[in-house]
Design a protein around this ligand. Sequence first.
Ligand code: HEM
Length: 508
Amino acid sequence: ISSNKRSQPKNGSKFPPGPPGKPLVGNLPDIPPKHSWLKFKKWSDQYGPLMRLNIAGREHYVASTEKVANDLLRERGGIYSSREQLPAAVQLLSKNLRPLFWPYNDTWRDGRKFMHQVSNSTVVGNYQATQILESARMLRDLIKDPNNYEHWFERYSAGIIFRLAFGKTLETGHEQSVRNVFNVVHTVERVASPGAYLVDTFPSLLILPQAIAPFKQELAGLHERELKLFRKLLNDVKSEMKAGTAPDCWEKDYLERKAEFPHLNEDEAAYVVGTLFEAGAGTTAAAMMSFMLTMVLHPEWFKKLQQEVDTVCGNDRLPTIDDATQLPIMRAVVKEVLRWRPVTAGGVPHYSIKDDVYNGHFIPAGTNIHANQWAIHREPGLYPDPDSFKPERWLESSYPTYREPLTTYPNLHNYSAFGFGRRICPGQNIAERSLYLLTARIAWACDVGKAEKDGVEVEPPLYDYTSGFNVQPNWFAFDLKARSQERVSVLEKEIEKNGKEDPLKGRM
Ligand code: HEM
């Protein structure tokens, strides 16, 4: 059943506790296909902050406190920074080209080096104009058509990465170019979902020849499609560089400095840039959808946010990212939304490459470590009253998470919502700035409240979320309108000015 031979506990160590499993399949039948983090949290309340699961012979450990996650994934990063090479998503669909799934090796290091160069805290300042431009367009369309909010958030986050990565613009967000990339993203999500392909549970199926294995034929076809797409995005920029017309963008950065990344070939580099889109577009949009839900459920915090933004920015201009230092309530609301409704609620598992012992618990090489954000964000010692949405926990000194000065804290740097250790999200600076900008701008421009049906307020569900590993609330009804015609005029003027100055104007 399992292709892995596990070593046994050494030096008096023991396996950590965990729920009993069944012969052969282990805990597999007890893990719900949707929102497994809720079940993991219940189990960890019973079995402790490092818990062992067996999934059809494979070792899965769940870390449920920030301390355990940091002790292993950060402090012992040399052991816990790899990813399991799952047959369906990693080997057959990605043919080992996708950085999110790369093992901990030189190719991954070069990929991370490039990602760091285009997303570090200094360089992200250069993206302000792009984020301002796309956020203003997002706001205009959100006010016009609030029921389509999911699309406006997705167009914003896809739009900034399209500009930064490929030097292309999106107008409607329905262009074939962006639909193609989103199709690839949805395919990865589906193929990588636990239980989607039998070959992940029974890797010995990999020996079947393609001619008699429909899953192999399907995944080979999907691989060809994504490889062609990522190659084309890179080659478009290459041709423009030859013609001397290429805009500044990440693809161009790579092509100009290729020699600095000797372990990346061109296909791998095309996937590095493609993955920045894949991992960045849906997650930022999902966080914004959770923000809207939370503000509808907690109008008292939306009011506070509006008051703070009005005090700092007044009536005559929209907030910019530079205002964030003076907007601690806004930062606290964003941070609390990510705690209360994490986008990657179950975490992205790391994979260990060496036997290890932690607090007397044996962790064999080849173990998947899930840092369960749902549980980590509900640790009562760190987050008293964890199930309540309480931005004040970041603003008042009586809470353990409070830090000074409030011009710097709270912020999202190295926040557990972005993962742990050497694999921590490389896009966190870009995401942080997008979330600050969008939330402050929505508070400045819009009033938000519960929708009404037949004169009765509609209460959105507390946790009716999509399935998959990036989750967002299922569409829900709410009311959103502009705060005043004057503010809409300020917004329109900003859009007109940005449009005239846009260096990528008309580049689709
Ligand atoms: C609210 C928005 C976002 C959230 C919550 C988020 C969260 C995460 C998490 C939890 C991981 C896994 C970390 C780990 O393995 O410990 C991750 C990885 C990653 N993220 Fe993000 N992310 C966000 C936005 C972005 C953006 C905007 C980009 C790109 C511009 C991005 C690019 C990536 C990439 C490339 C990886 C894979 C890193 C690797 O495996 O080495 N993310 N993200």
